[in-house]
Design a protein around this ligand. Structure first.
Ligand code: C2E
Ligand code: CA
Ligand code: CA
Length: 263
């Protein structure tokens, strides 16, 4: 019953926040680094939400509030908000790092119920971005069955030169089939394979295999969840370039991000 009440309370607060100029929503940015050159090349935009409770401000975990946004369809306006913030941030960063790329997460609900392609194209136009600088991340579970709406979405991205990133790669059960069937720009290997890198043979072999496969079909690889120097060194040795993880930086507020990378 407590869980039920909490869910209702969070949904009401999310709804309120959206009509109140997205008060309580924030975007954090996590750096994506080229580990061969040690240069920052982009960031992933990650949604944050906090609400006022009797004990003060409470940050709600994305694992808790994102499913509620999806369930209620509120992910459509919230996703649009993140997209605009992220596009603005990308435009700002490009003044200093011309090829800076911004990754944004898109959930399947936005494709099914909303017109997220329109939102993406509008954001690109509004901030005069090159389409290849705004990358769309989706997890496999979102498009497993290749529905007509997903195919239409995919076609629009392709036609406009917007990169598509397959997120949490390796956690869906038909991963390999997807990279065969669909045009892809980046494969993001899930952090569960990085956690035991250098410790267990399966993780090592998996990351190496995906990286070789990706090379062969001209797809780039990004690894997530690199926390230690040891993990970074192993990934680097495999010839992988893009790394996202606490080793290089945690998700942070825009001010902190700019302070860290622009000075
Ligand atoms: P994700 O897209 O896989 O995002 C990466 C998550 O991994 C982030 O969690 C990030 O904080 C975490 N992470 C990055 N590096 C490390 C590391 O080295 N170690 C560890 N332990 N964790 C690391 P976060 O921000 O809690 O987001 C959770 C999920 O919520 C995201 O997973 C994504 O699926 C979803 N999400 C976040 N923002 C949005 C959004 O704007 N739209 C949609 N649809 N989903 C979002
Ligand atoms: Ca992601
Ligand atoms: Ca991921």
């Amino acid at each position: 019953y407590e869980v039920f009440l909490r869910k209702g309370r969070i949904i009401a607060t999310l709804r309120n926040a959206i009509v109140n100029h997205y008060d309580g929503f924030e975007v954090y940015y996590q750096p994506i680094v080229d580990c061969q050159s040690e240069q920052i090349i982009g960031a992933e935009a990650l949604m944050r939400f906090s609400m006022i409770t009797e004990e003060g401000r409470e940050f709600v975990s994305p694992m808790e509030f994102i499913p509620l946004l999806e369930e209620t369809g509120l992910i459509i306006p919230a996703g649009r908000y993140i997209l605009n913030e992220a596009a603005a941030m990308c435009c700002e960063m490009q003044k200093y790092i011309p090829d800076f790329r911004m990754n944004v997460n898109v959930s399947y609900v936005q494709i099914l119920q909303g017109n997220v392609e329109r939102d993406i194209l509008d954001a690109i136009q509004k901030y005069s971005l090159q389409p290849e600088c705004l990358c769309v991340e989706m997890t496999e579970s979102g498009f497993m069955d290749m529905t007509p709406s997903f195919c239409k979405f995919r076609k629009t991205l392709d036609k406009n030169g917007i990169p598509f990133v397959i997120d949490d790669f390796g956690t869906g059960y038909s991963s390999l089939n997807h990279i065969r069937e669909m045009p892809l720009d980046v494969i993001k290997i899930d952090r569960c394979f990085i956690e035991h890198l250098g410790e267990d043979d399966f993780s090592n072999a998996f990351v190496r295999m995906v990286s070789e496969l990706a090379n062969a079909i001209n797809v780039r690889v990004c690894v997530e969840g690199v926390e230690t120097k040891r993990q970074r060194d192993i990934v680097k040795k495999m010839g992988i370039r893009m790394i996202q993880g606490f080793f290089y930086g945690k998700p942070m507020k825009i001010e902190e991000f700019e302070k860290k990378y622009l000075i």
